[in-house]
Design a protein around this ligand. Structure first.
Ligand SMILES: Cc1cc2nc3c(=O)[nH]c(=O)nc-3n(C[C@H](O)[C@H](O)[C@H](O)COP(=O)(O)O)c2cc1C
Length: 329
């Protein structure tokens, strides 16, 4: 590929960086930067958007960036652009998380990619009560395959013992965190009722919290200013469809893989008409994380749990200005 991109491919690269910013991120920190170069798109971690209390190792920041990377990849595939993605291309610069190199035009897989890319507009974390209906086995198989394609695994929580373990470890982690002033201060800093703020979790996306949630598996309490706009009753039951996402290893590369898998799973399920919310408290506290790993006999490290089902839509959360996130080109 020459260093000057054909105009349509250059446009596709720019658009891919824009679409990537729709990805989910821990506390909506959007901890990514995209740099458009000659025949390539670089993903760089934004070290300033680090959550020191719940994410001291940067694991969830990397998962968030991996999710954004998948958004860029799928947008390019949808536009008929073939790429090669290299994770951590520069051992001397761990903030350079990935390089996406443009190979040239290709239509392979473009139709499926276009469906996933389109789903990014309606994929939003959904913290509402879900309908009490089972998610079809074919959908779960599709999601497990999505995880596997990206090099991660997705394990359904099926037995009563395993369901109780997920609920118990989540409750334990959640209560330890809420008892920690530093955790609460960090959460307050990243939740907002200000409609003009461009990051953080907005009140429009979180349930009111007044003690009437009836959750077995606690949804994180983002209602720090008693301004949550979604209904209080969320009924996150231990009988709901729960899937644990993990990877074999627990290094930066594994976290980027987990993020790409997360995004592929979420876009597949959105495209199939389902909603999801993410639970990561259990994996943020070492005891519960290792307990769940042991009790569910997981081969590797769990990163988060997804609750999947059907529910009314929830609003989009804000995103930073593209000029602050994308450079070059
Ligand atoms: C690694 C990671 C962990 C997350 N953990 C939680 C969580 O524990 N509870 C929750 O409600 N949402 C969680 N989220 C969802 C984010 O809060 C959400 O993606 C962000 O606010 C942006 O909103 P959106 O997903 O609707 O675009 C997590 C997201 C990521 C990527």
């Amino acid at each position: 590929m020459s260093s000057t991109l054909a105009p349509d491919i250059a446009l596709a690269v720019r658009r891919a960086a824009e679409r990537a910013t729709l990805a989910p991120s821990i506390h909506n920190t959007q901890p990514w930067k995209f740099v458009i170069g000659a025949g390539r798109l670089d993903l760089v971690a934004d070290a300033a958007r680090h959550l020191a209390v719940i994410d001291p190792t940067g694991r969830q920041r990397a998962i968030s960036c991996g999710a954004a990377l998948f958004g860029a990849r799928v947008a390019l595939a949808a536009a008929g652009v073939e790429v090669v993605t290299q994770l951590l291309p520069d051992p001397g610069n761990p903030d350079l998380l990935a390089t996406v190199t443009i190979i040239g035009p290709s239509t392979e897989g473009a139709e499926h990619a276009a469906r996933l890319d389109a789903a990014a507009d309606s994929r939003h974390s959904n913290r509402r009560q879900f309908l009490p209906e089972a998610v079809p086995a074919a959908v779960i198989d599709l999601l497990r395959e999505a995880a596997a394609v990206e090099g991660a695994w997705l394990q359904p929580v099926t037995t009563l013992d395993d369901r109780i373990a997920v609920a118990t470890y989540s409750q334990h982690a959640d209560s330890l965190q809420n008892a920690d002033g530093a955790y609460r201060a960090e959460l307050r800093a990243w939740t907002t009722a200000d409609p003009d703020r461009l990051d953080g979790v907005p009140a429009s996306a979180v349930p009111q919290v007044n003690g009437g949630a009836h959750d077995d598996v606690p949804i994180r309490d983002f209602d720090t200013a008693s301004a949550g706009e979604l209904p209080e009753e969320t009924r996150s039951s231990l009988y709901q469809t729960m899937l644990v996402l993990g990877t074999g290893g627990d290094q930066l590369r594994d976290w980027l893989i987990a993020g790409q898998a997360l995004a592929r799973i979420l876009l597949e399920l959105t495209s199939a008409g389902f909603a999801a919310s993410i639970f990561s408290q259990f994996a943020e506290v070492p005891g519960p994380r290792q307990g769940l790993r042991h009790d569910l006999r997981l081969s590797g490290q769990p990163h988060l749990m997804l609750r999947v089902g059907r529910a009314d839509a929830t609003p989009a959360t804000p995103r930073r200005r593209l000029a602050d996130v994308i450079s070059g080109g």
